[in-house]
Design a protein around this ligand. Sequence first.
Ligand code: AGP
Length: 609
Amino acid sequence: MCGIVGYTGINNATPILLEGLDTLAYRGYDSAGIAVWDGENIVMKKEKGQLSNLKAILEREPVTGCCGIGHTRWATHGEPSYINSHPHGDAKKQLVLVHNGIIENYVRIKSMLMDRGCVFVSDTDTEVVAQLLGDVYNGDPIKAIVEAMKLIEGSFALAILFRDDPHRIYCVCKDSPMVVGFGRDGAHIASDIPAMLSYTRDVTFMGDKQIAVLSPDGIAFYNEFGTPIDKGCSHIDWDLDAAKKGSYEHFMMKEICEEPVAFRKTAEQYVSFREPRLKADCFPWDADNCAELKRIRIIGCGTAYHAGLLGKKYFTELAKIPVEAEIASEFRYSGYTFEEGEALLLVSQSGETADTIAALRMAKQAGVRTIAVCNVIGSTIAREADEVLFTYAGPEIAVAATKSYLTQITVLFLAALRLGEIRGTISGERVKALLSELTSIPEHMQKLIDDREAIQYFASREFSAKHVFFIGRGIDNALSMEAALKLKEVSYIHSDAYAAGELKHGTIALIEEGTLVVGLITQRHLASKTASNLEEVRVRGATVLALTNGSMPDIAGHCNKVWELDEMNELTAPFCAIIPMQLFAYYMAVQKGCNVDKPRNLAKSVTVE
Ligand code: AGP
């Protein structure tokens, strides 16, 4: 996904822009560029490939100036190339801009402009926006932006430099996040918070179609009609290191090792462990609004969807309420008709996933209550949902979701527990017992992290696997889906999850000599069933690894290797079980020399369809 930075103030912009782009690099990109006002002209430097290529150009041809914008491009329209990289300008050289998002009607606008004699140089939708702005511009930047927005359809975050007003940066966004902040050295803009944290912690999240004008002495805001508006700011207390790698080789390992703390920080927001009891006012339900609550639908993408699958198990078991978990990109086009008494839970780490936002807006359009489970304050989903249950994982930089998944299933578990408490579907004693179980979870997790060498060793023997299958039943099936996604997205090994009981209905045909099958058995009451499935694949030549909830002696006979969790409650076991799966995926990827934090073709947040 593209990254945008911008700065105007008292210092040279170029190093600030490059530092910001370095911080955003984790989002995935294939080219980069900057544009800086050097006192006479807007100077553009851009290049295909890594940021180091752009830096090499700037070494040879330095650009100095106190106002500039920068961009890392993740290609959507037009192949990764010099000419398609940002910034882009208009033919009359009145402005340059950078863009994150997708202009859905760019073809129509492009032909309209070409009919007016406009000549295009790139294949991008972004250049269409630059040329459109140049076409409507008559000396008033705000007016031009307001006019252009009337024609543009799709998602956009834009940072624009106008030649006539070279010390200011004009920003506007719709369905693509952008944050601005004012620090001691001037005004900053970025696609997300870490890129400006070293300059300011007081940030303002841009609302859809709102315009921000950054100048060296402040930031002014306007609505989509060009009318001045006031906007508050949020103080970000993340420490800078939290967004940096520290002593770890990869962010992914750092973030796995942070899971015990992330779990504790998240749980203690919702649980007073002294008693223990749930903090009732932290949840969106009370006796009144619960009466009309008839069903829940949990929506998300990728890992967030997998967290939703576990959430479905929790709400079913603890709150005895009809619940469905769905993939956002399927749900948004399903033509689903919401029912009376329905609530929509939207799970999203970034709070910017396009499909999940669309599902949220569908529900709001239908007057359905929306509750977000989100990790980023001020993100679109967090701002637009009726209520938010925040996760407290801290910044998650690696593309592969790890601690965010853990904190999502933690919040979903606690929300289901609270709902069950209100609905009377779970006794007070059982609530207390389950909450007490949580206090020991961090140390069980830490033990798994400390003993990770055994997982590294196993991966060193299995990393050449071509196919890996994860199987489980019930909660373990939901866990298997997340385990499979983790492995495939960082190691590029084909891996799939199957309900263990399904093997006999076709999938077992895939088992060959040496095929690696991982059986997840945290649900002790289903252990014997999954054990027979493991035996079925073992006798057909599979290499079998089992992850068990405590010691299960009769499982060992069906496996080549067993990883044992400390024995714990079946409902809280997933909080620990996912860690060996994440570590396994990590080590398989490292063994294969993959780019663990920035896997090919992937972005941290999919803000386009
Ligand atoms: C998971 O490791 C991936 N990074 C991806 O599936 C991710 O979970 C998905 O894109 C949803 O992102 P979100 O949680 O930010 O909405």
